[in-house]
Design a protein around this ligand. Structure first.
Ligand code: AP5
Length: 211
């Protein structure tokens, strides 16, 4: 199972990926999570990426492509993977094609989670994330039963720096300008499946299971 999860910020990619990862036992590879880890650890990549991320802009392609070449060559990707947040530009998609062809493997599909801009703003402004395990909550739609603490591990819940309304609007604009063209790119290859991201949080899992 080698799949890309495509969709605007806040479409629910991270939320839906959790169910897919558990069912298929494949790594969930989120470039956003990887970059936030670099920022937390203060690596050179993290220092370079932070300014772009906080402003809602994309991190330059060359940095992302190098990071992903390294990640996809790891042993745990041999049996498949779920990509979340990558590729996000045409040059990234073309670099992924080249890399997979060099590795002698093919993509099985691309699932597009469709969500309106208004829903995105409502979701992201209420999102809370666990600082320890990365579990995702929402103050209204999916609150933690332990208040400001994670139900799963007791870690502190926090609001991401890029989940402020003006940054969310910038991220949406960037998505429509730079990432949405990938929909026709993958449609042209016969790989795209559209799924509504405004319903249940296991919609992607159901599509991948063939339901
Ligand atoms: P990244 O972390 O990838 O952010 P994103 O794509 O903007 O996506 P999000 O994580 O914000 O949303 P999501 O779709 O995962 O939604 P979630 O499941 O959390 O990237 C961050 C930054 O890193 C970028 O801006 C860029 O700077 C940089 N970056 C990353 N990758 C890059 C790349 N390839 N190239 C260049 N730069 C890159 O859900 C959102 C909320 O909604 C949650 O609160 C959740 O509880 C709730 N929710 C989810 N599903 C539902 C539902 N069905 N019903 C009700 N509520 C729901």
């Amino acid at each position: 199972m080698r799949v890309i999860l495509l969709g605007p910020p806040g479409a629910g990619k991270g939320t839906q990926a959790a169910a897919v990862k558990e069912r298929f036992q494949i790594p969930h590879i989120s470039t956003g999570d990887m970059l936030r880890e670099h920022v937390k650890e203060g690596t050179e990549l993290g220092r370079k990426a932070k300014e772009y991320m906080d402003g809602g802009k994309l991190v330059p392609d060359d940095l992302i492509i190098a990071m992903m070449e390294d990640r996809l060559s790891k042993e745990d990707c041999a049996g498949g993977f779920l990509l979340d947040g990558f590729p996000r530009t045409l040059p990234q998609a073309e670099a992924l094609d080249r890399l997979l062809s060099k590795m002698g493997i093919k993509l099985d599909g691309v699932v597009l989670l469709d969500v309106s801009d208004d829903v995105v703003v409502e979701r992201l402004s209420g999102r809370r994330v666990c600082r320890s395990c990365g579990a995702i909550y929402h103050v209204s739609f999916h609150p933690s039963s332990r208040g400001d603490l994670c139900e799963a591990c007791g870690g502190e819940l926090y609001q991401r720096d890029d989940d402020r309304e003006e940054v969310i609007r910038r991220r949406l604009k960037v998505y429509h300008e730079q990432t949405a063209p990938l929909e026709s790119y993958y449609e042209g290859k016969g790989l795209l499946r559209r799924v509504s991201g405004e319903g249940a949080t296991d919609a992607v899992l159901k599509v991948l299971q063939g339901n």
